[in-house]
Design a protein around this ligand. Structure first.
Ligand SMILES: [Zn+2]
Length: 247
């Protein structure tokens, strides 16, 4: 859809340049163009630069995938305890440096039947400004930690901050990952209370959702507890990304 908007903008620009030399039109369209590109970079649901899976293509009744980014951390065992209590499976998008710090927690994630994915080696804040080589080495770095520690190659990659751009898309072509986004974002790193996080996810939850959370704070753990309690009452099932994507 966005590609079409860009083509239309270019077409309008071309027509304006042919018939009209008012430069303010040019400025306006440039701003629109940059706006659309920025939107495409930050909204994972758009698959703007690379194909991104943001929800189940085959939603099953009351089945969702909970995903946790940026771990493992000291909060991950509490997340695992809650998941176990509710017989829930989830997917953890791990950072390479965190895997190196907490290999025993990652081992537990494996043993308890959850899915693990690549979330870059060091989660650089400047991810959107890295070269193709730098992005590739971030992806490969995390992959190598998984391989060294667990003899395991993840199938799924989640871009840090959900940011994609042409360089990240080019780097991803060198690998064989399914790129996983989300369609239900908890904002658990931003919202102030576990109740607010719970309400944000719960009010729009539906079958086939991929829910984005983080196993990085007590607030997220408490929000998860609220969600698991309520969604279990509502008869939801919690599955890994693997299972969510199966027909
Ligand atoms: Zn992250």
């Amino acid at each position: 859809m966005l590609r079409k908007i860009i083509y239309i903008l270019f077409f309008i620009l071309a027509v304006l340049l042919l018939y009209n030399s008012f430069y303010w039109w040019l400025s306006l369209l440039s701003f629109l163009f940059i706006g659309v590109l920025s939107w495409g970079s930050f909204d994972v649901r758009l698959s703007f630069f690379t194909p991104i899976i943001s929800k189940s293509p085959y939603p099953k009744h009351r089945t969702i995938a909970l995903t946790f980014d940026d771990g493992p951390t000291n909060f991950t065992p509490q997340v695992l305890d809650l998941l176990k209590k509710h017989n829930a499976k989830a997917t953890f998008f791990c950072i390479g440096t965190q895997l190196e710090k907490h290999p025993e927690i990652a081992q537990r994630i494996f043993e308890e039947g959850h899915c693990l994915g690549n979330h870059s080696y060091s989660h650089p804040t400047k991810m959107g400004f890295l070269s193709v080589e730098e992005v590739s080495s971030e992806i490969e770095g995390c992959e190598q930690v998984f391989f060294r520690q667990f003899n395991f190659k993840p199938d799924y990659y989640r871009p840090p901050f959900g940011v994609t751009n042409p360089k990240i898309a080019k780097a991803l072509k060198r690998f064989d990952y399914k790129v996983i986004g989300w369609n239900n974002r908890s904002l658990d790193t931003v919202l102030k209370s576990e109740q607010a996080i719970f309400e944000r996810v719960y009010k729009k939850v539906k079958s086939g959702d991929i829910v984005l959370m983080h196993d990085t704070s007590l607030k997220s753990v408490l929000a998860l507890e609220l969600l698991l309690n309520q969604l279990s009452v509502d008869n939801y099932r919690f599955v890994t990304i693997d299972e969510l994507l199966n027909k």
